[in-house]
Design a protein. Sequence first.
Lengths: 528, 536
Amino acid sequence: MAMSQQSGILHQGATEERGENARMASFVGAVAVADLVKSTLGPKGMDKILQSMSRGQEVTITNDGATILKSIYVDNPAAKVLVDISKVQDDEVGDGTTSVVVFAGELLREAEQLVNAKVHPMTIIAGYREACDCARGVLETGAFSHAPDTEAFRQDLLNIAKTTLSSKILTSDKEYFANLAVDAILRLKGSANLEAIHIIKKTGGTLHESFLDEGFILDKKIGVGQPKRIENAKILVANTPMDTDKIKIYGARVRVDSMAKVAEIEAAEKEKMREKVRSIISHGINCFINRQLIYNLPEEMFADAGIMAIEHADFDGIERLALVLGGEIVSTFDDPEAVRLGTCKLIEEIMIGEDRLIHFSGVALGEACTIVLRGASSHILDEAERSLHDALCVLKETVSDSRVVYGGGWPEIRMARAVEELASKTPGKKALAMEAFARALRALPATICDNAGLDSADIVATLKAAHGADPASRMGVDVVRGEAGDMQELGIFESFRVRQQVLLSGTEASEIILRVDDIIKCAPRQRG
Amino acid sequence: MSLAFDEYGRPFIIIREQERKSRVKGIEAVKASIMAAKSVARTLRSSLGPKGMDKMLQSPDGDVTITNDGATILEMMEVENQIGKLMVELSKSQDHEIGDGTTGVVVLAGALLDHAEALLDMGMHPLRIAEGYEMACKVATENLDKIKTRFDFSKEDIEPLVKVCMTTLSSKVVGRLKRPMAEICVKAVLAVADLERRDVNLDLIKVEGKVGGKMEDTRLVEGIVIDKEFSHPQMPKQLKDVKVAILTCPFEPPKPKTKHKVDIDTVEKFEALRDAEKAYFTDMVQRCKDSGAELVICQWGFDDEANHLLMHQNLPAVRWVGGVEIELLAMATGARIVPRFQELTADKLGFAGSVKEVGFGTTKDRMLVIEGCPNLKAVTIFVRGGNRMVLDEIKRSLHDAICVARNLVRDNAIVYGGGAAEVSCGLAVEEAADKVTGVEHYAMRAFADALSAVPLALAENSGLPPIESLTAIKKRQLEESNPYLGIDCNDTGTNDMREQGVFETVLGKKQQLFLATQVCKMILKIDDVIKPSEFD
């Protein structure tokens, strides 16, 4: 590729690409990234193996668009834009990370043709914007909500979860996991705090042995010689050093002139610790959970007092525990009356596979729950967790915005039709851009078909005709039977928010790449 | 020659490695400088105007920025050439002074130098050209004063201001939403503007952003948004009508600056120290509580113990708040910044109507929104955008629009945009040139030609035939002596910029002319460039 390097203006090693070259570079980069993830789209999408560059050469197997793009190293600046939108999609709605990249890639592919046909990029952008507004309107009118009817809403949620999971590794057990995810989300009662759902991965067993537990499971050990089972537990959740309580006053140090004094001070320190433990015990608790380590001395004392002590519950764990048990996180122990203790009905040690875990049941906050995932290998578990996370995110979005749309390319076909109608009424070159937008929309169901080994041209044309004949048609791609099918009957639903975000982010990303006519790369920083 | 001999006949070198130094002299030097400046200007040319294109810049660390803001492009492209750096400075000073028109000024300077080159080829002395430019610049700015119109707005009638901001925003990525965005900017500026003194302190407008959501979700917070959360996860997430204490001392035992050691040699001392430490914490928290504060905002961190004590005392707190935010908060809430716990008293507290923690999306990001402050003189524009690049670009665009609104508050004289002012000035300069004899005559004519570079670039970027559009406007301006005719970039069918509502401030336009002329003069005066050898 021709690189026009300006002699002497920029730093050595810096490059500048202008006009056509710049545009070509960004199109090529963006389309390449889109094609990379394209084959993972849809229920029959394939997975990718990612090998990390670091020493362990860890392997990840996934078909989650955001995970793939996050892990690959891209040098092309336009490609980075696409990686970025997929990440934002993940943070914002949690699913549709592949769709958004494929959609933006298709928009750019169409734009490239238009640019070659001498349409100014700004005209294309203007057309895309109008088309996007129109498509959004159609999407909104096509969405429906069953929120007031609990039964129907649950069915909607189940369908959405199934649709999301069907493209993932959990597809064989999607019925099971969809139920799991919906149960977990409904427990939240609309609080939309995903932190209350705890996912624990344990290798061994099969995916089908995964389960939802109504209590809370902590992957930690109970101290030696302490009770393994407590009923009606009163729990103190703390964040305090339980090794030696250091003096925090700046510059303090011990300076003594004899061994005897060292021993005295040591004894004083120990006494201090004892006092602390005593004041903790005086809270009237029978379980003590600390974020930091608990040394042998206090552990022994807790054991003597018959208190279960759990050490080293990491920060997330402690916050979640406090939330679940309804206690506060305590760091000082002088005022036992004012401290709110956590409670639960039963604490016991349970076995999952080979590992012993601590199980809290009958917790104060009914919203919390734990999902224990079982699977043959850590790769499967990781991917299962990602899939489940996607499903939970989508469900959460649906709970806060209960509108749903049909899946299987139904919204895309419908939007494409409306956009094409708009194009036929629009004078000028903008209409070309709108037609291109409609084609890009249709590329999504076409990709789903292609990935499933179906005749995409035939199916998309059938769908187009069906929607053309009846504006209220519910036809979409039925991947299983390899033909157009009624989405309502098949129960393929998607969250409205996800679809809307795909549409908006995809258009925005393609717009920002289209606007570029000059790429300046600074000289890479020399690394020692 | 740089080689000399000392008294023993040994050679020694005066300028090291003479042959590796590059040196350009005389007219060659001027031409080399012009070349460099022109190539910088050429990069920016296509970003001018509402249909201007963006540039994608990749930093040495691989981060990508996409922008069409002239100052940002030049700053990020790491120009190495000295003359190129002058152009970067030029754009920056326009940015600092006016905040808008950073692309235009570079394009203009490039055009001036381009025309100067032709004059140099005719054998004119560079300084005479510079003088001619200076004279022409004076004529042009006088002409600006002649054609300027006053522009009236008030706190109630913000419509005119919104229109101006829309002009600025139309060339940016937010073009789709220019109306709501312009309204946000104008409201923000008017909220902090001191209309009596005609001044706006831009420090009071904070532009914060968070990736995600839609551009439409961008909103004006009449208060402050800080990217922090409450220090303890179990503190209340929402507060109403609270008294705020702002501290710049950490919740920790004091650390005297003088080096010292506290020696512990007996058990009693050990115990005493323990108690002293404990007392520090309770004392600090107690002082906050005693002063009547209901929310503590601290510039530094707290110890776990202090954190829990605060939470225990029902005293929500925020830690690690940056210095700028602290100042803004102090201004908004009317609180005094307290550097020592001892000095915390009830009359130093501020007030906030509502403080709440808001979360976004599926991640754990949270921000604090503080609203309902007694002193409404600090506002925050909270920007949302699809990805980081869009977000940064929106922030830059809003900054430009805010600057324009501020300039109008400062001085409400305007001229019309779309190249109308440039064409009018060009005509005025041409007319004045005819009355001047000598070399300057040519220089002034060249200046007039250079002025048309802006409308030419505008027309070119908008996909219009540049020469035809420019000459048509020139002709009409001459015939109708109507300085409001400009290039119709948005294809609305009229060339009258008054109807299109495309304005620019006189202040900004004048600054462009002055700065561009000055840089030209400076570059034309250079006749010797000595560059040391590169470091290996």
